[in-house]
Write a protein that binds this ligand. Structure first.
Ligand SMILES: C[S@@+](CC[C@H](N)C(=O)[O-])C[C@H]1O[C@@H](n2cnc3c(N)ncnc32)[C@H](O)[C@@H]1O
Length: 189
């Protein structure tokens, strides 16, 4: 039986107005840090996969850069998909609804991977293992126990312990504004 929450849980959790909180305040500040990390490592001809995205904040920011040629935005919440399809009108953007913890999917061919929701995913390491070697990766996870979280880290070092065999980490950052959040960026080994 899965430990992570299924689609229905998230679909029922927040209405559209509440989903907009991920575009504001400390979420926006944290998202801007991730955008800065990704832009500092961004390849030309970037093909981005943004897994369990939670909002289109990062997509909207990265699509301003014309090195981004394709952007595959994933989240299995239909309410959020509907919001994002109305917010983002860009031919490079694709909306994907697969369930990261239950469906089979491929991440071959992407050269940028973003995930702000690692704490929601049981199969986090499996996702990273699907990436091509050299893919730019930026991931975030908070120090926060929550019914929807399958793990939490007490420090950046703890997070690094989990992912360093898969990632060559180039940038590590703690963001302590309300809930502490840890951000690691680098390349898939
Ligand atoms: C609540 S948001 C997390 C926000 C994020 N922690 C942040 O700080 O911005 C988590 C998102 O992950 C999505 N999600 C969770 N599990 C998923 C899965 N197995 N497959 C696809 N999307 C998933 C949810 O629908 C939700 O929109």
């Amino acid at each position: 039986m899965r430990q992570s929450k299924d689609k229905k849980f998230y679909q029922d959790l927040l209405d559209e107005e509440q989903l907009l909180r991920y575009y504001r305040g400390r979420f926006a500040v944290r998202n801007d840090i991730i955008v800065d990390h990704v832009l500092s490592l961004l390849p030309d001809d970037a093909s981005v996969i943004d897994l369990a995205a939670g909002s289109s904040y990062i997509a909207e920011a990265l699509l301003k850069d014309n090195r981004v040629k394709h952007y595959n935005w994933n989240d299995f919440n239909p309410k959020l998909q509907s919001l994002v399809s109305r917010r983002v009108k860009d031919d490079r953007m694709k909306i994907s609804s697969f369930d990261v913890d239950a469906d089979s999917y491929s991440l071959a061919g992407y050269n940028v991977f973003v995930c702000v929701s690692m704490e929601h995913l049981e199969r986090d390491c499996e996702a990273l293992k699907k990436l091509d070697s050299g893919c730019v990766v930026s991931i975030c996870s908070p120090d926060l126990e929550d019914p929807a979280h399958v793990r939490s880290f007490k420090s950046l070092a703890e997070m690094e312990d989990r992912y360093s065999s898969l990632l060559d980490i180039k940038i590590r950052q703690e963001h302590r504004d309300g809930v502490p959040k840890f951000i690691l960026s680098g390349y898939k080994r």
